[in-house]
Design a protein. Structure first.
Length: 143
């Protein structure tokens, strides 16, 4: 597979957009607090079925990709983050503030906020959410 853009498609076709990343969680309320209060996302939509409850968090207007937090109703359902999933990456205005808020909401710091000079001074941090998923915060460039 080529890493370069595929120019063979019709220019009239829009590229697909990733709408959601879905994560199974142990405690839905705790996870919502982490992603809403800690990371600054908004509660966008609630879903309830016979087999699971879910809450979608994302941007205020629902635009862009979001995170669907899923809690299985079967208490015996195993939750294993797996080795294929690496991390969620979120662009934020204040990496240090977001890292602090996420820790106050149950996260643990994996990599404290720092500027990476080899990436042009890009500021980022990494935390583990309450269920063990890695979340990376990348500071938006000043405009």
């Amino acid at each position: 597979m080529s890493a370069s853009p595929d120019d063979s498609r019709s220019p009239a076709l829009r590229a697909p957009e990733i709408a959601l990343t879905a994560l199974r969680v142990f405690d839905l309320a705790r996870s919502v607090a982490f992603y809403v209060d800690g990371c600054g996302l908004f509660r966008v939509h609630d879903i309830s079925t016979d087999t699971f409850d879910a809450i979608i968090v994302g941007q205020r207007n629902g635009a862009g990709g979001g995170v669907e937090l899923i809690r299985e109703r079967d208490p015996a359902a195993a939750i294993e983050p797996g080795s294929g999933f690496a991390k969620l990456v979120m662009s934020v205005d204040d990496v240090e503030g977001t890292t602090t808020a996420s820790v106050e909401c149950g996260g643990t710091v994996v990599m404290a906020p720092r500027a990476l000079e080899h990436l042009g001074g890009l500021v980022l941090s990494t935390v583990r959410d309450p269920d063990g998923y890695i979340v990376e915060f990348v500071q938006r460039a000043s405009s």
